[in-house]
Design a protein around this ligand. Structure first.
Ligand SMILES: [Zn+2]
Length: 171
């Protein structure tokens, strides 16, 4: 009854980190894709719609893209269509600007509808950054019993990720 954590290829993780750095100081968002029960090896970057929503209706969307992400309708439709296919969207990722990789109240709101997960088959990868540097990433999964997203895996920040085998980042 151990937790099965999906494997993410180092190249795909590096691509997610690159996306987070590029859009800093805004949050990036996107999908990680892979064969069912296989390694997750493909990244689909999504446009963060939060700025559009904020500009259109700041009452309803008080946050802009620096502190929130919103996946637009085209990418939502892509994910919905992928779930029945050979290579479904397996994870939704987004970054936090100058903050750690925790699952925020805002993230919870975005992932739930009526108290239930919008996409129950999908896990959420949150990427922490400090000044355009990725510090860590954590994977969260809906726990039906606790009715809460819980951390199921951690990934190193970019220094550790790109470090040569056997090397030490501080030497
Ligand atoms: Zn977040």
């Amino acid at each position: 009854m151990g937790i099965v954590v999906p494997a993410i290829s180092p190249a795909a993780l590096a691509e997610v980190y690159a996306h987070a750095r590029e859009v800093y100081p805004e949050e990036c968002c996107g999908f990680l894709i892979g064969a069912r029960d296989g390694v997750i090896d493909e990244v689909r970057r999504c446009e963060n719609w939060q700025n559009r929503l904020h500009q259109r209706d700041p009452q309803r969307f008080p946050r802009d893209a620096r502190t929130a992400y919103n996946i637009g309708p085209k990418d939502i439709a892509f994910a919905d269509a992928s779930f029945g296919g050979e290579r479904p969207v397996r994870l939704v990722y987004h970054s936090h600007v100058d903050a750690g990789a925790y699952f925020s109240a805002e993230d919870r709101r975005a992932a739930l509808f009526d108290g239930e997960p919008v996409w129950p088959q999908v896990d959420y990868l949150v990427v922490g950054t400090q000044g355009r540097r990725v510090t860590e990433a954590k994977l969260f999964r809906w726990d039906e019993r606790q009715k809460e997203f819980v951390e199921v895996a951690r990934y190193p920040g970019e220094e550790e990720l790109f470090m040569s085998p056997g090397g030490h980042p501080n030497e």
